[in-house]
Design a protein around this ligand. Structure first.
Ligand SMILES: Cc1cc2nc3c(=O)[nH]c(=O)nc-3n(C[C@H](O)[C@H](O)[C@H](O)COP(=O)(O)OP(=O)(O)OC[C@H]3O[C@@H](n4cnc5c(N)ncnc54)[C@H](O)[C@@H]3O)c2cc1C
Length: 484
């Protein structure tokens, strides 16, 4: 890092020496995010205490020409918050204030380090913040915005992007801009919409205005067991085709049930090949009527058993089973690789068969737990990293699963983002002109390429670089537009 001494001094003067880390052992805490397969040490990690300090840190990096990476809670699963060697890691965990709660207008303004669950806790029990990643106890709203995170209730309620109205953003030159506001739809370009899901490549969100919604009057939850995930998949299609919009509809296969049992002890049947967790919420009478319909649809689709949560405590156990699925996998496999892809819901049975065939071909178990309503799969590829070559085989298998999902008309990521892990697959989904358009957008926010470089785009380009030979556009020829 050129000019590092000056930069470090400037960061210390801005944030206080105790909030600027350069010691190797302290930096190791931040060498990866939730995707442990990638590791890198930053030159410096800094923990600003306010939006103004974030802006000053970014200004200092800009002046020194040093790249930086924003980090929320570091729970990301695509390597988005992986530090850049020789760069600065800007950790936002000290920015934890909920600045304003306006329940009459259903708005909350908060700093980026506030955890997802803390927002619902602050507005409950009358209201809640619907996007609910399974990591919601730890993940930050800044990270949710950057990844456009989803969760179990997104089938009915939508993703983070559907709840963010306004953002205060520090751009890569340290200037501060306001994108959107408290209104649902401001005039002009939807720039906060552009920022949501930009994975830390367009700037740092330092204040976030979100919409919260009234809590439903009633919630009913059941778990239905099936012989195979394919049969459970058919039940999902039947439920959706009947016009029911469940608050959540989640599936777990045998391997993930086995893993979660070790943490949640729900006592689910040992012979079930798949469990379908269905939750309806809304007005009590509607909920009750449709719930009976869902139970019948599951039975007609071949459920071997249906258990209805008798009270809040049993509902919590059902959800613990689902939300424990990722961490619990560590109890049955020394290592695992989390995949995140999307397929059209109707292709579930055939893609699950393909995953099963790949699992056998590579000789590695794959657990499946997913947001069934959205067709958002989370295959968990189990391996033992101590066995030579097994980590590489797991990564290759995970890649084959991504490709199978794309071939089925799906997407390389549903909610975990592209980060460093999936950028090689971007050309499978986007043609060169699309990628060039993305790069231009990125350059408009960050012409020097200092914000989270090396992420999302498969082949980073500098601003102004256009792929292919120059061809004059007819609008240019007519003098109506010019290149910039
Ligand atoms: C057990 C487990 C379960 C999970 N379940 C889900 C799930 O159900 N749904 C889901 O969507 N995800 C899930 N995730 C993934 C992860 O929790 C989400 O992506 C989350 O939004 C990341 O938040 P974070 O604060 O940890 O962000 P980080 O990992 O710190 O960062 C993620 C990205 O956001 C950027 N960033 C962070 N803060 C800011 C900011 N203020 N401004 C600009 N950029 C910023 C970073 O540069 C990085 O690119 C899960 C992860 C784990 C470990």
């Amino acid at each position: 890092m050129d000019g590092s001494v000056d930069l470090v001094e400037r960061l210390r003067a801005t944030c206080g020496a105790q909030h600027v880390l350069t010691d190797h052992n302290q930096l190791r805490t931040y060498e990866s995010d939730g995707l442990l397969q990638y590791r890198e040490l930053p030159a410096v990690a800094v923990l600003p205490g306010s939006g103004a300090e974030v802006a000053e840190v970014v200004r200092a990096c800009h002046a020194a020409g040093v790249p930086w990476v924003a980090r929320g809670s570091g729970s990301g699963l695509s390597g988005g918050a992986l530090p850049v060697a020789d760069g600065v890691l800007v950790i936002l965990s000290r920015l934890r204030r909920i600045v304003e709660i306006d329940l009459d207008n259903q708005r909350v303004v908060c700093e980026p380090g506030v955890t997802n669950l803390a927002i619902s806790a602050a507005v409950g029990p009358s209201h809640f913040f619907p996007p609910d990643p399974s990591s919601q106890v730890v993940c930050s709203i800044g990270g949710n915005v950057a990844e456009n995170s989803g969760g179990a209730h997104c089938f009915k309620y939508g993703f983070t992007t559907n709840y963010v109205c306004g953002l205060e953003v520090v751009l890569a030159d340290g200037s501060v801009v306001q994108l959107g506001g408290k209104e649902l739809d401001r005039p002009g370009y939807d720039l906060h919409g552009v920022f949501v899901g930009s994975e830390g490549t367009l700037g740092i969100a330092t204040a976030i205005t979100v919409r919260v919604v009234p809590a439903p009057e009633s919630v009913r939850t059941l778990v239905a067991f099936f012989e195979t995930p394919g049969r459970a998949g058919r039940a999902v299609s039947e439920i959706v085709a009947a016009g029911v919009v469940p608050g959540a509809i989640e599936m777990m296969d045998r391997l993930t049930i086995d893993a979660s049992e070790q943490m949640a002890h729900a006592g689910w049947p040992e012979d079930a090949g798949a469990a379908l967790l269905v939750e309806l919420d809304g007005p009590e009478r509607e909920c009750d009527a449709r719930f009976a319909e869902v139970c019948k649809l599951c039975e007609d689709a071949g459920a071997t058993g249906v258990v209805v949560a008798r009270d809040g405590a049993q509902r919590d156990v059902f959800w613990k089973m689902r939300k424990a699925a990722f961490p619990a996998m560590g109890r049955i496999s020394p290592h695992y690789y989390v995949q995140d892809s999307v397929i059209p819901r109707t292709r579930l049975p055939e893609v699950l068969d393909r995953i099963d065939a790949l699992s056998r071909e590579y000789g590695l178990p794959v657990g499946n737990v997913f947001h069934a309503g959205d067709g958002n799969l989370h295959p968990l590829v189990c391996y033992d990293g101590h066995t030579p070559g097994e980590a590489e085989r797991a990564e290759e298998l995970a890649g084959q699963i991504v490709l199978a999902c794309v071939e089925a008309g799906g997407s390389i990521t549903g909610e975990h983002g592209v980060g460093i892990d999936k950028k090689r697959y971007m050309p499978k989904m986007f043609a060169e002109p699309d990628l060039a358009a993305f790069q231009k957008l990125r350059c408009a926010f960050d012409p020097d390429g200092l914000a989270n470089p090396g992420k999302v785009m498969p082949t980073p380009r500098l601003c102004g670089e256009v792929p292919g030979p120059y061809r004059q556009h007819p609008l240019e020829a007519a003098g109506l537009a010019e290149r910039f």
